[in-house]
Write a protein that binds this ligand. Sequence first.
Ligand code: FAD
Length: 511
Amino acid sequence: FQTLRLILGDQLNDNHSWLKEKNDKTLYVLMEIRQETDYVVHHIQKILAFFAAMRNFAQELQNKGGHKVFYFTLDNPENRQDLCKNLELLIQKFQIQKFEYQLPDEYRLDKQLSEFCQKISIPSQAFDTEHFLSERNEVSKHFGTKNYLLESFYRKMRKKYNILMEGDKPLTGRWNYDAENRKKYNYQVSVPNEPFFKNEVTDLIKTLQKHQIQTIGFIPPNNILNVPISRKQALQLLEHFVSNLLPHFGTYEDAMHTQEPHLFHSQLSFALNVKILHPLEVLQKAIEAWQSNPQKVSIAQIEGFVRQILGWREYMRGVYWAKMPDYAKNNYFEHSAPLPSWYWTGETRMNCAKFAISQSLQEAFAHHIQRLMVTGNIALLLGVSPDEVDKWYLGIYRDAIEWVEITNTRGMSQYADGGLVASKPYTASANYMDKMSNYCESCFYDKKKRHGKRACPLNSLYWEFHYRHREKLSKNQRLGMVYQTLAKMDKAELQKIVEQAEFYRKNSENL
Ligand code: FAD
């Protein structure tokens, strides 16, 4: 072979221009390696989903695409379990003359590969992944030294791709329908059955066990991994979403329900993040569904969805590349508490946390509001170290890749960047939880009480958090109401709240 081309586990894009040409002199390599299974403790289903999708992709490259592929299974005795060592091995073994790779989305791998290329004696070249809708540095270029703001970047992207636009004005005159997308779910409409993907992964599970890879979460029931791991499955999930879920996506976007853990969310994040699906095709399908039946899919629903893919997803990637590696050290509130051990078991009496965590352990998935307003909110109010929070999020979700995990976790949910991503900390007391979910209905704690026996921890923690951080937050205009209420609060009442919160923080293990 002349050329060695690396395809990382999150680069499974079969529409990449690399693959348009067949060439017997080019060898593609994919690797299952300990470097990747061990850089954080992952959910077992996350590793299974990555490896199963990679195996499937490699097979299709060979069978349908007619390409030459070298696939390192975890078991391969030649596997040195390290990205660069395996590359060195192949370069020698096949007397490779040129090394090529697609730009990684993670800082860690980007650095590792560029250092590797400087070290080797053959020429190398990096290629775009042809996946994202903005350049790596588009966010930093757009804002320069100005304050970052999703809304401004999102509008730029709407114009750039001419999506939901009429000339340079937003279609219908409005950019944003967020305010209409905040309904509680109460069985007003039923949630359609999801497609079920019967991916049998018994062999892979055995391999992970044999190698004693440390994981969290549960093995999928009957060893069947219900995650879209091929293009065919991902397209089926997309079709299900645009036909059945999109009509209610925006309306119930912020809702949470014990009987309907996914509600109308697409669950497309894994397929998108490993690049089985392209964000533009996802947007196009959704827009087609809206255009062909605006009675069924209202503008508020489609705008809500476009905002997530064209706005948030691209914005977070841009923030990541603008601010790494320093971003990973941000800790605005100087939080240092440990993450309570029930984050790894779900064994807490707080029903909201119990549901969100147990569901995450069962399926390596929770939807946005569960991540932000339940597990993220509680960690923030308890003052947990952002390093610990990041490790948990990076491990537990099947869609967790650092560029999108850390910006959401450290930025959006922990406000550790001091307000770069979020204009105020996302915090909530029992009032919000009860308004947006049915979690409080069967909870051990009393949602109405701020202190005293069985008082919902979220209530005292919420007020004490804002009181404790008043120097950093009280000038934030979006928190005006909170600080007005605190200013008016009876001193004795505030004292009781603070004591209750301090007790809960000290005893966070027993919540
Ligand atoms: P839907 O609700 O159906 O939304 C559609 C798509 O929009 C998603 O698939 C995703 O690609 C995109 N999207 C929506 N919100 C965001 C967002 N805030 N940032 C980036 N893309 C977004 N997403 C990940 O992909 N990987 C992560 O590791 C991750 N970690 C998160 C951690 C925290 C603390 C929070 C608050 C959010 C995190 N998110 C992450 C964002 C979001 O929660 C998930 O993308 C979403 O829940 C995936 O489910 P879905 O595909 O059903 O999304």
